[in-house]
Write a protein that binds this ligand. Sequence first.
Ligand code: SAM
Length: 291
Amino acid sequence: MLVDEYGRRITNLRIAVTMKCNLRCIYCHREGEKESGKEMSLDEIVEIAEAFRELGIRKVKITGGEPLLRRDICDIISSMPEFQEISITTNGTLLSKLAEDLKDAGLDRINVSLDSLRSDVYRFITGGDVEKVVDGIIAACNAKLTPVKINMVVMKDLNDDQIEEMMEFVSSLNSEEVKAILQVIEVLRLKSLEKYYVDISKVERKIASMAEAVVLREMHFRKQYRVGDVVVEFVKPCKEFCMHCNRIRVTSDGKIKPCLMKEESIDARGLRGKELIEAIKKAVKIRKPYY
Ligand code: SAM
């Protein structure tokens, strides 16, 4: 079991498989990758995932860039070692064609980024076409990639007035076989994003006052509120969030990154066996809370 110097157990791996993307989101943090080298091959991804599994990682999330741009994305998923859960986070633009194949490859569940249902707002934020994403989400529901989580990054004067309409949309996705969850994400408080920054605590308080039940998740101590048939989860980076962070990252070019917000990383490219295990342990040792 991996445990860092702050007593935090590491159970989740977030692995970027490409930095290429077909959208241009105005707020994108690129999973903390500033400059990326050549992206890992399928074998390299599987090798590193296996080393993490041996060290007690239970859940893996595949990210990017846009992970569905990788032609071998289904092979990556089907070649993954046995994890308790394999999920992916996607912008959903290519999902309508791929959802069934992803499920068949062994994907358990999915997160889809959707910041607004209004086509003009969505286009302003991402440069893309909201209808494609909605089609992708419906395909994910049909493929039973459950729970389907809708990631909404809240931004001032862009979509901070649209949480209730997003809840209605999420409610419409729920069925006996598929659970849909709205994930309300606070935009990172970076200098470059200051004009979009909103503290989501106010929204959380409002949803909390309407909630019939609350669940506290192990991951980041995130709260999930149930309002009618909709579950709304809040993602707000803060001290509590860091103290309950059980995640470690791998960049698309094979570096182990202890924290999204920090520059440090350990280059694990080309390492195998014992050396790879040692590199992972070294990365865990330098892991420090950001907030
Ligand atoms: N393209 C994929 C997607 O859209 O899910 C994977 C990469 S994207 C960087 C992963 C997640 O990070 C998305 O849900 C996105 O909304 C979130 N994200 C990106 N930049 C962010 C920021 N500045 N603050 C908060 N969340 C952010």
